[in-house]
Ligand binder design. Structure first.
Ligand SMILES: Nc1ncnc2c1ncn2[C@@H]1O[C@H](COP(=O)(O)OP(=O)(O)OP(=O)(O)O)[C@@H](O)[C@H]1O
Ligand SMILES: [Mg+2]
Length: 1044
């Protein structure tokens, strides 16, 4: 379903509209469910909310069309000026919630959509501010919603008014009096399932603070004939059905009742004991609870129920005729119950039901009754018992509602708000005395309504100094006079001696009504015998006179009265007073009593400020959403709504106090917007001039402006609507600007706050750091100054720092390998530790290095170490040899003769090198191979081992300090074969020359032969030259590679 959500111009109402369905409700932004429209802009669809704004105000069709439009949109309320017209929706529209009450509290009548609560609030505020008694008159035909309206009003006051200082229970009592009175005084009729069969006027008293402190109810003429008879489709009073349906088993047993209503003759005449719209069982619970709230004791409830039950039993009393045609009671059981329930003597009651006591010339005579008379007497008793109990009930409720502080001074300052819920005008097929009284009452109220509205209108014009133009309207005074005029009126005729003495038969009664005589021939023909017709303001009603006189005289035989006076039932004894028996005067007839009470009511109403609610019934079928135009037109007519409207529109369609008018429309004129400093009246004058009102369109009164045509107001309203949009946009823009600026400022403030806090924190941190740094530097300087002093607090930090720094620095600058000799300079205090660390470090590196080397390399190194021990610093070309690796041999296996190898046998060759051997004599150079085995040095010439020198025989090896590659092998003298050889000599690992000492002299002497020594002289030169010198020495010129 496509929903259209509409924002109605007051800005607070959201309504969901669907073209083919009744108005759906939605929650407005204020949480109020809304069915009321609020502005005139919606008038095309929902009509105007005040009939005075109808352009064609004289057209009944336009009036009905407006009602229809609004009804279709579930807008059941519309104003005619201050009068509220209400159409019964026959469905719960959810428009009476607490939120609705709050919405209508304290706001001006015209600011909010029409509602009953608006009337309620206006009345209440007038009561409080003006301290004048108020009366809300609710009228309309049966089923139009008067009682509902009364209840809603009461609910409004109960919930919204402040609680009284004492006796807060009065609010509950006011509310709870309703269900009780409805149970006893309402019944289902053809027109209404909860029709009030009595008139009710209720006063609610408010103290000076506006709190309800008490109440009082006036009841009018209960339709008591209903107790004994109901038309088809109608019921007796609710209480009977409620008791049977909802009463506890024990209660019913005690009262001698059965649950089934069909067992009671008084309940079956209308043949509709069960009604779907009524839940008797739950209603009974409500009534029982309400009785407790309105101060009924358990005994009083018992007594009351006894009376209700006794009426039912009375209905079941049967008579039979004896041989003399006198009536005799045949239902002994019922009589027994009656006796007990009414607490009367059984025999007395039996006699009273079948006899009539006549007092003639001071003598009492008992005359037996025939069957018809006995039934009449029984029914009369039932009616009297019930109606008097009802009156007692109203009295009892009044005592409960009466303010307990009636004597206190504040009581005197109370104000009264009256609520009138009278039975509505009704027309049935068969209209009897009750309808006559009811319709007469409505006639009187209509008259009062016309008088008061017209009067107030006229008064307003006068007060405002505006010329009053007379209005034509139908005055129903003529009908009222016809009923109540002295001597000539129907009521007077009913109490004429002839009528009272029964000398006029009912059949003869009709011709004497004066109206009848005026009727034309056709009307006279349409009337049956025993009928008369009254042209009421609400329409013609033909009354049947059957039972008229009886009902008017309300005759209860004397002995029945006497019997009831003797009742021990406390309620009955209050209802039937013995003084009644001794009173010789004829009691007033019902119609006369009613007329008097109505006069009294009129006085009451006239003494108060009136407010009106005019209820309309939309259809006879009690159906929601059905708008029966014929029925409504009829009601509009008889309620005089068109007249009311005409009176209201006599001249001016709209009027408003200057303040209110200016307040609403001031935005339309630059001079009055946003504020007008002068008198409101002047402001309005400026405003209307600005709006371009023509002089004939409006008049300025003393306190109000009067606008003649609705179109003038509509144009103003439309202009306001447009203006509101632009104002709303401006306000929105301003608000958004303000809102965002506020937000921005808030954010800015927060940012600054955070910034300054953070800066502070940073500053503090920096300051702390600086302070710490300054302290540290200071300590370091002091420590530095005292660094040589023994450790003391002043230098401890510095010393620790230096040590720590050294260690940390050391960690970074440790030597990378064994050859790296760098080492940071330690502070004096750590010198020893530094040394230890250094050793450790070197050891560690060496250890690591050693672990990492291969066996071949180890051997190489060992040989290098030996070479170093022997030659380092002694042999000139030693440094050059250090980086050169030793090789395992200088001769391959293929270069050594196999014969030599054979000669050596298993002895392995550890090193082989080609050498030049110099003879000891003559120093002749000869090429040889020098082989080293584990045991000896072998000199080989080609393929022949020339010489073998065992290491055991080797006494030494001599070399020069120069770079000459010459060495001398020294052997024992006996083995006088010392060899001089030039070769690349590898000596490492050759035991027993582990520590040879190369000679430092520049010549080497060796044993050259027996008794003769040879000498080799070494001289440095540019290149190697080995020659035999003249002196017989071997002269070796060796180049010097390293200068010392
Ligand atoms: N405002 C309302 N909202 C919903 N339902 C309503 C409203 N007014 C009346 N009704 C319905 O209409 C029925 C008849 O209303 P109510 O009893 O108030 O009529 P009445 O005018 O008092 O008639 P009578 O003159 O017969 O006493 C109510 O029982 C209720 O169901
Ligand atoms: Mg009612």
């Amino acid at each position: 379903m496509a929903l259209q959500v509409e924002l109605v111009p007051t800005g607070e109402i959201i309504r969901v509209v669907h073209p083919h369905r009744p108005c759906k409700l939605a929650l407005g932004s204020d949480g109020v469910r809304v069915t009321m429209e609020s502005a005139l802009t919606a008038r095309d669809r929902v009509g105007v909310q005040d009939f005075v704004l109808l352009e064609n105000f004289t057209s009944e069709a336009a009036f009905i069309e407006n009602l229809r439009r609004r009804f279709r949109e579930n807008l059941i309320y519309t104003y005619i000026g201050p009068v509220l017209v209400s159409v019964n929706p026959y469905r719960d529209l959810q428009i009476y919630s607490r939120q609705h009450m709050e919405r209508y509290r304290g706001v001006s009548f015209y600011e909010v959509p029409p509602h009953l609560f608006a009337v309620a609030d206006t009345v209440y505020r007038a009561l409080r501010t003006e301290r004048r008694d108020q009366a809300v008159m609710i009228s309309g035909e049966s089923g139009a919603g008067k009682t509902e309206a009364t209840k809603r009003l009461l609910q409004f006051y109960a919930e919204t008014c402040p609680a009284p200082e004492r006796g807060g229970a009065v609010r509950d009592r006011l509310l709870q009096s309703n269900p009780v009175l409805e149970a006893f005084g309402n019944a289902k009729t053809l027109r209404n399932d909860n029709s009030s069969r009595f008139g009710k006027y209720m006063d609610v008293q408010f103290d000076f603070k506006g709190a309800p402190v008490g109440g009082h109810i006036l009841s009018y003429l209960l339709e008591k004939s209903r107790v004994v008879h109901q038309n088809h489709g109608e019921r007796n009073f609710h209480v009977f059905y409620q008791l049977l349906e909802g009463g506890e088993e024990e209660t019913l047993r005690r009262l001698g009742l059965e649950r089934n209503p069909q067992s009671y003759l008084y309940l079956v005449k209308g043949q509709c004991a069960k009604v779907s719209s009524i839940n008797d069982k739950s209603d009974w619970k409500v009534v029982r609870k309400a009785l407790t709230v309105i101060d009924f004791t358990e005994d009083e409830v018992e007594d009351l129920l006894s009376i209700v039950a006794s009426v039912l039993h009375l209905g079941n009393i049967h008579f039979a005729a004896d041989e003399e045609s006198n009536a005799q009671v045949t239902t002994e059981n019922q009589l027994k119950y009656l006796t007990r329930l009414l607490s009367v003597e059984g025999s007395t009651l039996r006699e009273a039901l079948t006899h009539r006591k006549i007092i003639a010339k001071g003598e009492e005579l008992l005359s037996p009754l025939n069957l018809e008379q006995a039934a009449y007497a029984r029914d009369a008793l039932a009616k009297a018992v019930y109606s008097r109990t009802f009156t007692w009930l109203v009295g009892k409720i009044n005592r409960s509602l009466a303010s307990k502080d009636a004597e206190s001074p504040s009581w005197r300052s109370t104000t009264v708000l009256g609520l009138l819920d009278i039975y509505g005008f009704e027309v049935f097929q068969h209209n009897s005395f009750e309808q006559f009284c009811i319709n007469y009452c409505n006639e009187k109220l209509q008259q009062l309504f016309i008088e008061l509205t017209l009067k107030s209108e006229q008064e307003e014009y006068e007060a405002e100094g505006i010329a009053w133009e007379p209005v034509q309207y139908f005055n129903n005074k003529i009908i009222c006079d016809l009923v109540e005029e002295k001597f000539k009126g129907i009521i007077s005729i009913l109490v004429s001696p002839l009528c009272l003495q029964g000398l006029v038969l009912e059949a003869d009664f009709h011709p004497i009504t004066p109206r009848h005589k005026l009727a034309d021939q056709r009307t006279r023909k349409s009337l049956g015998r025993g009928e008369f017709r009254l042209l009421h303001y609400a329409g013609e009603v033909t009354y049947s006179v059957t039972g008229f006189l009886d009902k008017n005289n309300d005759l209860l035989f004397r002995n029945l009265k006497e019997t009831m006076c003797s009742s021990k039932n406390p309620i009955m004894s209050q209802c039937f007073d013995r003084s009644e028996l001794s009173d010789k005067k004829r009691p007033e007839t019902v119609a006369t009593q009613f007329k008097m009470s109505l006069l009294q009511l009129m006085e009451i109403l006239q003494s108060k400020e009136p407010a009106y609610v005019r209820c309309i019934k939309p259809n006879d079928a009690k159906q929601p959403g059905r708008f029966d135009e014929v029925l409504i037109r009829h009601q509009v007519k008889y309620l005089g709504l068109m007249e009311n409207l005409r009176v209201r529109r006599a001249g001016f369609a709209y009027r408003r106090k200057y303040e209110a008018f200016l307040q609403r429309y001031k935005s339309l004129c630059p001079e009055t917007w946003p504020t007008w400093a002068g008198r409101p009246q002047d402001g309005v004058a400026v405003l209307v001039r600005h709006l371009g009102y023509k002089p004939e369109e409006y008049k300025m009164g003393r306190t109000k402006i009067f606008i003649r045509f609705p179109k003038t107001l509509f144009a103003t309203e439309d202009a306001l609507e447009v203006r509101r949009q632009s104002l709303a946009t401006k306000i929105q823009a301003a608000w958004r600007g303000f809102h965002w600026r506020q937000k921005f400022l808030r954010v800015k403030r927060s940012a600054i706050c955070i910034q300054s806090w953070w800066r502070g924190t940073l500053g503090r941190r920096k300051a702390t750091k600086r302070k710490w740094a300054a302290q540290t530097i200071r300590r370091l300087i002091r420590g530095f100054i005292l660094r040589h002093a023994p450790r003391c607090p002043e230098n401890a930090f510095f010393l620790d720092h230096v040590r720590t720094s050294f260690l940390l620095n050391l960690r970074r600058q440790l030597p990378r390998n064994v050859l790296d000799t760098s080492w940071p300079t330690p502070p004096p205090a750590l010198r020893e530790a530094s040394e230890l660390l250094r050793e450790l470090c070197i050891k560690n590196m060496v250890w690591k290095y050693c672990r990492g080397i291969s066996p071949e390399w180890k051997q190489q190194l060992q040989q290098k170490a030996v070479a170093s021990e022997i030659f380092k610093g002694k042999k000139d070309n030693y440094p050059q040899s250090v980086p050169r690796l030793f090789i395992s041999t200088r001769l391959g296996a293929d270069e050594i003769s196999s014969r030599v190898l054979q000669a050596l046998g298993s002895e392995p060759i550890q090193y082989a090198v080609p050498v030049v051997k110099y003879d000891r004599k003559g120093y002749k150079p000869r090429s040889r191979q020098l082989l080293l085995t584990p045991n000896a040095v072998v000199i080989v010439e080609d393929a022949k081992v020339k010489q073998r020198i065992d290491y055991a025989n080797l006494t030494g090896i001599s070399v020069s300090s120069l770079s000459d590659s010459l060495f001398v092998l020294h052997v024992q003298r006996e083995d006088n074969k010392q060899k001089v050889a030039g070769a690349h000599l590898r000596v490492g690992g050759l035991s027993p020359w582990k520590n040879p000492h190369p000679p430092r002299s520049s010549s080497i002497t060796f044993a050259g032969g027996p008794g003769r020594d040879g000498t080799i002289d070494f001289t440095p030169g540019s290149e190697l030259l080995i020659t035999k010198a003249k002196n017989g020495h071997l002269a070796v010129v060796a180049p010097r590679l390293n200068s010392r």
